[in-house]
Design a protein around this ligand. Structure first.
Ligand code: 2HG
Ligand code: ZN
Length: 466
């Protein structure tokens, strides 16, 4: 098929405005949010409904054209960026953004893949319910990308990763078939749970077009606390006390290094309302029971008395709550303004966090003395963003290997929540066992035998390297 015929056929499916071919208009699809990954798409296509996604995939499949699904472009691993061959078609779900229905009794929401997370959260809140997926990029991230990457965020401690919210899924498979499993059932053990083949697999097996999400009751009271803590060990003691004292109400337990908040003060114009400290903890609890605040005050008194925390502040208003959260949620932006950074999105068993930080700190100081460590993350889930601000000449791959080896030695994972994308493909092959990689290739072979769905992401090739 000539390029002209191919583009015309796409236009016949999605309409003239649904196909982007101009180089300048393609820029937003050709690079990621950080401008780290760059590619060259043949074109971008924006279907308006699931039937159109199916028709686009059928056309691409029959022409042997590789496809790259694209959501809000806020992923940090290059999963939505095409390669530079000029052959790949980006399929953006942005025009499929409807909230199809909300069931206030069953506490579910059916939503299309292109819906922005914050829009979905607001719709749930209007119905008196909580969509408990929360992340810094929620103003741009889209549901399809969130599920495709099995995103994490700050509420995982209480509500789990994105996959745990999915009751039903609608997907378009690699051959263009629509598979609809938009059931709103809490319990559904009828055979393989095929939804999981598409959640967290970054569009390498098919395209998510809609989902039924499990919502949660909205708590009436929320309490947010910022603590200064002397060390990661002390932070874990605070976590233990919080789990014992107010455990079932704990939404988030975030650890931030002094460096992270220095960056935020420098670049975002925000102010940390506590004395400078090596480490900070931001915790949030919520409950509909009126006694929550008193319980949190008791907890604060207890950890200050034991000197596991040296200072602390409880937000007195919704505004102060947002101000405390802004400190945490601005770290990524502040880091990007500081210069080049090499990111690590790792997880280790929670008790191993202090040892990991100590060992990685020593290893980095030895091998890359110029690198500045910007560590922060979701300590309550064992997920640390171990980012290093470096110069342009630093060998990022060597740095990755150094950090990941320590992670693996602690029984950790080289991606806790950001996924593999194109950024960690080689490291996944290096760090995962052969039988695990072989299983992944089997699934890829079965569901995408031609290898046209987001090629080069997660798995380098369909075959083990000889
Ligand atoms: C967060 O936790 C995000 O804020 C981004 O996962 C982390 O910038 C990062 O490395
Ligand atoms: Zn994170």
């Amino acid at each position: 098929m000539t390029d002209l015929t191919f583009i015309d056929s796409l236009r016949a499916i999605v309409g003239d405005r649904g196909v982007v071919t101009e180089a300048t208009d393609l820029e937003i699809y050709n690079t990621d949010w950080r401008h780290i990954f760059h590619g060259k798409a043949r074109c971008a296509v924006l279907p308006r409904n699931t039937q159109e996604v199916s028709a686009v995939v059928r056309l691409c499949a029959s022409a042997g054209v590789p496809m790259v699904p694209h959501g809000g472009n806020t992923g940090l691993s290059g999963g939505a960026t095409p390669d530079d061959s000029g052959a790949q078609v980006v399929i953006s779900l942005a025009r499929m953004s409807a909230i199809r229905n909300i069931d206030p009794v069953g506490e579910t929401m059916e939503v299309e893949a292109g819906c922005i997370l914050q829009t979905a959260q607001e719709a749930a809140a209007e119905a008196g319910l909580l969509l408990p997926i929360s992340l810094a990029a929620e103003g741009s991230a889209r549901i399809g990308g969130i599920l495709g990457t099995n995103a994490g965020g700050t509420n995982v401690l209480r509500y789990g990763m994105a996959r745990t919210r999915v009751l039903g899924l609608e997907v378009v498979t690699a051959n263009g078939e629509i598979v609809s499993g938009l059931r709103r059932l809490r319990k559904d053990n009828a055979g393989y749970d095929w939804k999981q083949w598409f959640i967290g697999t970054e569009g390498t097996l098919g395209i998510i077009t809609a989902a039924v999400l499990q919502l949660a009751p909205m708590s009436r009271n929320t309490v947010t606390v910022l603590l200064a803590v002397p060390s990661p060990e002390a932070a874990l003691k605070v976590m233990r006390a919080a789990r014992q004292g107010i455990g079932e109400t704990l939404n988030a337990f975030e650890l931030m290094s002094g460096t992270a908040l220095e960056l935020v003060e420098r670049h975002q114009g925000l102010k940390v309302p506590l004395a400078p400290s090596e480490w900070y903890v931001l915790l949030e609890a919520s409950s509909s029971l009126p006694s929550l605040r008193e319980a949190v005050e008791n907890l604060l008194g207890e950890v200050l008395e034991r000197e596991d925390a040296t200072d602390g502040v409880i937000a007195e208003s919704e505004r102060q709550e947002s101000e405390l959260w802004a400190l945490r949620e601005s770290i990524t932006e502040a880091e990007s303004r500081e210069g080049r950074s090499v990111k690590h999105d790792v997880s280790v068993p929670i008790p191993a966090i202090p040892a990991f930080l100590r060992e990685a700190g020593a290893a980095v100081a030895g091998a890359f003395p110029q690198a500045r460590i910007n560590a922060f993350g979701h300590a309550g889930d064992g997920n640390i963003h171990y980012n290093l601000v470096v110069s342009s000449s630093t060998d990022g791959s060597a740095l990755n290997a150094l950090v990941h080896d320590i992670v693996v030695a602690h029984g950790g994972s080289i991606s806790a929540e950001h996924g593999i994308g194109q950024y960690r493909v080689k490291e996944l092959e290096r760090c995962r066992s052969l039988p695990e990689l072989e299983l992944a290739r089997c699934v890829k072979h079965a569901l995408d035998p031609s290898g046209l769905m987001n090629p080069g992401k997660i798995l380098a090739s369909l075959h083990a390297e000889k």
